[in-house]
Design a binder for this molecule. Sequence first.
Ligand code: ATP
Length: 222
Amino acid sequence: MTNNQQGLQALFGGTFDPIHYGHLRPVEALAKQVNLQKVILLPNHVPPHRPQPEASPIQRLEMVRLAIQGNPLFTIDTRELEKNSPSYTLETLIAFRQELGPRQPLAFIIGQDSLLSIHTWYGWDKLLDNCHLLVCSRPGYATHFSDPIMQNWLQQHKTENPDQLRHTPHGYIFLADTPLVNISATEIRQNLSAGLNSEKSCNELIPEAVMNYIKQQHLYQK
Ligand code: ATP
């Protein structure tokens, strides 16, 4: 049995404060494009790059669980949530790589906004030694780096051939042609704290079960 019989494994990290359709819909489309059987959602505990989440780790995990209920594409890995220190993506990827062995194709999914700021991530230049990067389009973000060094890095690693992702363990960047979904968790939190938590303003942004949980827990309401 070879190591890559499981096909391409994909991880999708995020704060998910809360999880929303801007996370779910592009990734579902990406999964079809590159033939992903599974996407492992990886909620952060203490994100190193950004303000601390408003919902607790347990609440964010519960929202992720509710959002993917009945959807066989997604599973959850709680290793970052269980840590009480910043979760650096590179360290998590190294841990996955050790578990999966050197030959298993492994990918990490990000949005275009994350790609454009990737040079601020701890050990960013070693990410591709461990995984491929699969990038979902996000409205309002440039399609190119303004820094020529980063644009050159992207050009060197870019592939348009999904087969390369499955036949190589790591090292490629795939810019997916996913639907543009203009939703952010910041906007959802702002809507809710401004009292715009009616079904009308939030039903198109987050799954109903997540919205019910937000109401029940009185989350994001100032
Ligand atoms: P916030 O508004 O709190 O910064 P967010 O909506 O950007 O949150 P995160 O949990 O920080 O959500 O994002 C996790 C990953 O999902 C990141 O790689 C981000 O680029 C991607 N992502 C989030 N929203 C979208 C979207 N609408 N379209 C495409 N990718 C997205």
